[in-house]
Every structure is written in structure tokens, then in C-alpha cells.
Design a binder for this molecule. Structure first.
Ligand SMILES: [Zn+2]
Length: 304
């Protein structure tokens, strides 16, 4: 059986980098033909039936322990930990969607991470990382400190159990939709300026332009008391709408459509979390019988 030897050149894995991306870069640095390594891994997998041989190959070649990838994956996507095998499968599978590490941090190399929602700007280089787009669409953020402050705030709120992936994506969409000529004047003016600029790319420059306000809205939605007092099971929708009006009084102009869209997004998000909680409880009962201990809590249920 072919064995892998420790390579002369060690490279550090980037933050949240996937094992596949790391293997590519490691092979590149050590002048190894990557398809050769992956072919051996595939062959061994077929012979032994072990799923995670990619992790072993990387350990042999570079000394990075398999647990490193598991921890990085967990931090990046915060998976529901009900099935360790399935999670390990995800860790070592080539991901469908990739985020790209800041190309200034990598000296121009492309390095892929799991699709995560933990940060959007590289604070060291002031680069907009263009989520959902290739590394060629990364941009310098405008010079103002507002964007960097927004990024720091975003990193705090991204950890909130209330900000599920679908809700974050929906808020992005809502803010973008509302920032038209009819929306709040600050947003509309900034979006219009971005759209006029040379090389405007939809989904990149528009999101970058509206980032400070988007984060401010997300920060409000991430607060536990919003969910406890306004979105909870017996709250009436009028109270939620009044709460949204108070929450966004910092934004000038007519925000009625924005508030309405956010109210609907919150109600939908709560409904889908409750459905998931229900499913999690039923799965738990199927597995462990109807004992009341260790029923998953609402906050642990996420639609990430
Ligand atoms: Zn960077």
C-alpha cells in the first residue's frame, strides 16, 4: 500500500479552510500532483470502507490532525450535532458551496472555506469577501470606519441562535429590495451611487453598499428580548409591528414596507424553528422513548 510521507514544506490551514482546499495548496507548495493523492485516497477508501481517509492523508503529509477539520467545520457552520457520522461525512466531503479566503491574506492564492456566515470583511485588509461569489469579486471596502465597525458588530451578532442562515439571507434580500428609490433615502442614495459606479456587480457591490444598515437590522433581530417579547408564541402581530417601528426609528424616510417584510420574515422564521423543534422532539422520543430528559431546547434548534 502506498504510504504518504511528511512533506518538507508545511503550510498553515486558513481560518475555516476545508481539507480539500488545504490539500490542494499543500500539494502545490510541495510540487505533488494532487490528483495522485486523491486517487490513492479513493482507492484506499474503496479497499477499507473507511470514509475519512482524506484526513489521514493530510495528517501523514503535513501533520495536521483530523480533529482540526472537525473543529473548524463545527465553528464555521455550527451544525446540529445529532448524528456524528453524518457530520463527519460533511467535514470531509468536497463542499457544494465555497467561500473564499481573503486573497490578500493568501498572497493571491485561492483558498476555499466552508460556506459560513461568521464574517464578511477581512478586517486586516479591509476586503469585502463577496459571499456567494468567486474570489475575483472581492473588493476594498469604502474608506469609512463605519464598514469596519459594522463588521465587528456583525461578528458578534452572527453567533446569535436567533439568526438562522435562512433568516440572515432573507434580511439581506429584504434590505436590498427596499433600498430602491422608494425606500429610506440614505439606503436608496447609496445603492444608486453603487449601481452607477464602474464595474458594478449585482450581489456584491449592492450588498457592500448596504452593509452597515443590514448589520444594524440583524443586530436588532439577534436580541433575545425581541424574540421573547415580540415574536414569542402568544404575541400579537400588531405588537411585533410596533416593536419593529420603534426598533428602526434611527432610519429616516418611509419604512413601512421594510417593517412589513421583516415582520413576515420573523414570523416565518419562528414557524420553521418550531417545526424543527417539533421534529427534533419526535426524533428524540423515537430514539430514547418518551422520557422528558434532554429534550432539545429551542435555542439549540437551528436551520443552518
Ligand atoms: Zn485579508
Amino acid at each position: 500500500m502506498t504510504t504518504f510521507h511528511r512533506q518538507a514544506l508545511y503550510i498553515r490551514p486558513h481560518h475555516y479552510e476545508t481539507p480539500h482546499s488545504y490539500l490542494d495548496r499543500l500539494c502545490d507548495a510541495n510540487a505533488i500532483h494532487t490528483p495522485l493523492v486523491t486517487a490513492v485516497v479513493k482507492k484506499r477508501r474503496a479497499e477499507t470502507g473507511h470514509k475519512h481517509l482524506l484526513a489521514h492523508a493530510i495528517r501523514d503529509l503535513a501533520g495536521v490532525e483530523p480533529m482540526h477539520w472537525v473543529k473548524a467545520y463545527t465553528r464555521a457552520v455550527n451544525p446540529i450535532m445529532d448524528d456524528a457520522n453524518r457530520m463527519l461525512g460533511e467535514v470531509f466531503r468536497k463542499p457544494r458551496d465555497t467561500r473564499w479566503v481573503c486573497t490578500r491574506c493568501t498572497g493571491g492564492q485561492t483558498a476555499g472555506t466552508w460556506e459560513h456566515h461568521q464574517f464578511t470583511i477581512c478586517l486586516r485588509h479591509g476586503r469585502w469577501l463577496a459571499p456567494g461569489h468567486g474570489p475575483e469579486h472581492q473588493r476594498q471596502v469604502p474608506g469609512e470606519a463605519v464598514w469596519l465597525r459594522a463588521e465587528r458588530a456583525y461578528r458578534q451578532v452572527a453567533r446569535s441562535p436567533f439568526l438562522t442562515r435562512p433568516l440572515v439571507d432573507e434580511v439581506w434580500r429584504i434590505v436590498r429590495d427596499q433600498a430602491t428609490v422608494l425606500g429610506p433615502p440614505d439606503l436608496a442614495a447609496r445603492l444608486a451611487a453603487a449601481e452607477k459606479a464602474q464595474g458594478f456587480k449585482e450581489g456584491v457591490d449592492d450588498r457592500l453598499a448596504l452593509y452597515p444598515e443590514t448589520v444594524r437590522i440583524l443586530a436588532w433581530l439577534a436580541r433575545a428580548e425581541v424574540w421573547d417579547r415580540l415574536v414569542g408564541p402568544h404575541r400579537n402581530q400588531e405588537r411585533l409591528r410596533a416593536g419593529l417601528r420603534r426598533g428602526f426609528d434611527w432610519m429616516p424616510g418611509d419604512k413601512s414596507v421594510l417593517e412589513e417584510a421583516l415582520a413576515e420574515a420573523l414570523i416565518r422564521s419562528r414557524r420553521s424553528r418550531l417545526t424543527q423543534l417539533d421534529e427534533a422532539i419526535h426524533a428524540h422520543i423515537r430514539k430514547h422513548g418518551p422520557t422528558p430528559r434532554r429534550i432539545p431546547a429551542m435555542r439549540q434548534v437551528s436551520t443552518r
